[in-house]
Write a protein that binds this ligand. Structure first.
Ligand SMILES: NC(=O)c1ccc[n+]([C@@H]2O[C@H](COP(=O)([O-])OP(=O)(O)OC[C@H]3O[C@@H](n4cnc5c(N)ncnc54)[C@H](O)[C@@H]3O)[C@@H](O)[C@H]2O)c1
Length: 355
């Protein structure tokens, strides 16, 4: 079967770091056209990836109309996920779109309405679903290895918000471009990961969000501009089946690059999933048969190869009708957006908020 031609929208950090290498690696995909509103970024990507300027566009609608691609890969900032995904859906083009799916639930519902009941392949890039340790944890939990589930504790820590990095006022700090801060950026991953592994949805949440650095240097150098989103977000969740979950999410964790830790406690055992405890590695440890012994009774598991997965190849598999059903869809993105929004509402109201 000929490789699927991909039109990639937004040639920024995540496109260059993950999506384009993924497309170039896949025997089933071809990087066929690029789009970015930033002319300089587009030109440099055109040269770097050998896509002629005739196949590089400043406008996603033009790419869709003229480039003859088989699918879109949407890697733009959060405020332009839904508008471009709606363009793709309108043109009947399959798409993958970065997380968080939308700026708010209303937007996510609009896209879900467009895609629901149609066989339009789609994927929302909740990337940690592709970590082997997460997939293995999911399989162990679902096979009943931990018994009845009681508690989940998820931390997602990064450091790049700390004053020492002098990170400027990127779109990630501007509410009307990002929706929320650490919550939508990192918390959306955490909320998805816990649901993915446990199979449980969110019933209600209570959240505490805050901002440590209130002004940052504007990108055009014209002084300081306001940060109007959260730098950290902590939440408690009541999940289906009485599962109790705790989330700690921050961009202000000194010494943490992209650190995740998920602890799951059940009646017959517990699991610890970690990412980046060792550089770039995901690990899974299990405790069983030592329910109350002090000290380290966790055994690091060897993760069977069958749990290894690649996000971009998974998108190719979806396009080719052989997906494994484990990638997030627009419907999952909508469910996730509802949980994110419940935390935001709760942080404002100080009350538990139903999802
Ligand atoms: N899945 C993950 O783990 C992960 C990791 C990092 C970022 N992301 C997500 O990826 C998205 C992009 O993040 P980033 O760090 O690459 O941002 P970025 O700012 O580095 O890149 C975004 C690019 O999109 C371009 N752009 C903006 N509006 C556009 C439009 N209307 N049409 C075409 N191009 C447009 C910008 O010019 C820029 O080149 C965000 O939604 C972010 O949450 C996901």
């Amino acid at each position: 079967m000929p490789a699927k031609k991909i039109g990639l929208i937004g040639v920024g950090a995540i496109a260059r770091w993950a999506h384009i290498p993924g497309i170039l690696r896949s025997p089933d995909l071809e990087l066929s056209a690029l789009c970015d509103t930033d002319a300089a970024a587009l030109k440099s990507a055109s040269q770097e990836y050998g896509i002629p300027m005739e196949r590089c566009y400043r406008n996603s609608e033009e790419l869709i109309a003229l480039a003859g691609v088989d699918a879109l890969d949407i890697c733009t900032p959060n405020d332009v996920h839904i508008p471009i995904a709606l363009q793709a859906a309108g043109a009947g083009l399959p798409f993958s779109v970065e997380k968080p799916l939308a700026m708010n639930v209303q937007q996510a519902e609009r896209l879900a309405k467009e895609t629901r009941g149609r066989s339009l392949a789609n994927m929302v890039c909740f990337s940690y679903r592709f970590k082997a340790a997460a997939r293995y944890a999911r399989a162990l939990v679902r096979s009943g290895e931990l018994g009845e589930l009681y508690h989940v504790n998820l931390r997602y820590f990064q450091a790049w918000g700390l004053p020492v990095f002098q990170t400027p006022l990127l779109w990630r700090f501007i509410g009307e471009r990002t929706g929320s801060g650490a919550l939508g950026d990192l918390g959306s991953h955490g909320l998805d990961l816990v649901s993915f592994v446990t199979g449980r949805g969110y019933e209600k949440l209570i959240g505490h969000n805050g901002t440590f650095v209130h002004e940052r240097v504007k990108l055009d150098g014209s002084g300081l501009g306001p940060v109007d989103v959260d730098d950290f977000s902590n939440a408690l969740a009541c999940m289906e089946g009485g599962l109790s979950a705790v989330f700690e999410i921050t961009r202000f964790a000194y010494g943490r690059g992209n650190y995740q830790r998920m602890e799951i406690y059940g009646s017959k055992g517990s699991l610890i999933y970690e990412l980046d405890a060792r550089p770039d590695q995901d690990t899974l440890s299990l405790c069983q048969g030592e329910a109350m012994r002090r000290g380290n009774t966790y055994v690091e598991l060897r993760i069977p190869d069958e749990y290894r997965a690649d996000q971009t190849q998974s998108f190719a598999d979806i396009l080719l009708g052989r997906g494994d059903g484990l990638s997030a869809t627009v419907e999952d993105g909508l469910v996730n957006q509802r949980a994110v929004e419940a935390v935001l509402r709760s942080a404002a109201s100080g009350q538990w908020e139903k999802v």
